[in-house]
Design a protein around this ligand. Sequence first.
Ligand code: PEP
Ligand code: MN
Length: 346
Amino acid sequence: MRNSLKQLIAGPCSAETREQVLETAKEIADIKNLTYFRAGIWKPRTAPGSFEGIGEEGLKWMNEAKQQFGVKLITEVATPEHVDTCLAHNLDAIWIGARTTVNPFYVQQIADSLKGIDIPVFIKNPISPDVGLWMGAIERFKLAGIKNISVIHRGFYSYTKGIFRNPPMWEIPIKLKTEFPDLQIICDPSHITGDSELIEEVSKFAVQLGMDGLMIETHPNPPKAWSDAKQQVTPDHLKKIVNAINANEVNRDIKHEELEILRKTVTSSDDDMLKEIAHRMKIVEKIATFKKENSAMVFQLERWKIVLEESNKRGAELGLSEQFVADLMNLIHRESLNIHNTIYNS
Ligand code: PEP
Ligand code: MN
């Protein structure tokens, strides 16, 4: 089965001026995958004093864009007042921002304000990597009677900065998809990468992963944007990204049998790995029993440091990433401590 780009939401991070809104819409309206024209009207900015959105006036400009170029409109809402204002201006859809999804009180207030109203709602992931919180927000809108719910994966806040502004942690949207198989998941590579140069690569990956669409911030003159300047693409750049994805869809030549063989090999490798881990844990049981009988300390920091160093070194030799080896060893250590705990208390 080939994955294709089913939905595209594009437009500026923020509506800034009437000209900027109309120019962007004009340039992107003819992209065949475009499902919604986005523009932020109320902006949740980290520091006070930065541009916090143009407000209601911007909704009028968006409606002009709709009349002139036939685009459907979507913006972010964070309060019931925003919802009322959007409904008064006939927006076609709304999205809930990442800083709103984290707070069940806000989510509930917005959901309540939508009771009896049939408008598509897109829910961004909470900034914290908490799939339960994301699912909770979905449930709140479902309970309010909203039929058309989709989600937007925009990555998760991380204190340590790598190449991405908000690391994607793909396992989280995948977990959500396993809980809600029919849910449409849109990927927002703009907020994931924070860098217009990385958007194409992440977009392609998201589509290959089976995501149902993309939300890409697009601005006629990104360096001059009033918010998120580094991550916005020009309309031409957006077209290049979309064309690359669509072309890939037609030309891609996956050899399915080869893929099947590789998958079987991975399954058998997983089996070997689990057997090996089970064997390791049996040895841990023996060590824990020995320590208990000889009243030795459960945890020895020096010993643990050596284990970590050795596995780091070995992992690097084997071409594994340092972070992966550290995460794996910590997980194994946690289970070892659980085994110690059971044996000490038995
Ligand atoms: C946005 O889409 O412009 C935005 C503010 O997104 P997020 O809520 O993902 O930070
Ligand atoms: Mn933005």
